[in-house]
Design a protein around this ligand. Sequence first.
Ligand code: GRF
Length: 198
Amino acid sequence: EAVAILISGRGSNMISLVKQASGYRVALVASDKPEAAGLVWAAAHGLATWSLSPKGIGKAAYEARLDAALHEAGIGTIALAGYMRLLSDDFVARWRGRIVNIHPSLLPLYKGLDTHARAIEAGDAEAGCSVHVVTEELDGGKVLGQSRVPILPNDDADKLAARVLAAEHALYPRILSEFVMTPFDHVRDVALTLPETE
Ligand code: GRF
């Protein structure tokens, strides 16, 4: 299965997906940030890369360019890994059930940003990460797998983030491998949970 990994930054999850690829191959690393550190690593390791800054381009036109790059690379599945741009409902619908994301919390807890600070603030004993199917609802699609880590007494957001990140690197390749072997189950699950339309 040809996978595209979308990144916006350092790309440590992308690197672990590349290094632990099994049942899929990383056919494209794409970014909305042409200066993303992860792109440099990907190119240096012989991977195909694509990047385009969204500045001055409308969202629909931007996503049409991205979509074209994905199709040109023969992509079947998209893995978001620290991709900080929201995909439009149209884009998600076109790739329904074929986009996954990793989120640094135990979903459904702490959707959105600042997950680690919020978990510490709440006095939680545990934090973690979740790999989920991407739907139109932010961080709201079916959870495919989770990994838990303890929150320790002297944790701050950075210390906790480092512990969770190590768990992310182990979890994401494993779950992506499982996902690409059974994608249609997920398409069906997502379709079944779609809100009813008139
Ligand atoms: C990770 O914590 C991921 O869960 C979140 O953004 C961070 C990206 O880190 N969505 P990296 O670019 O993979 O190093």
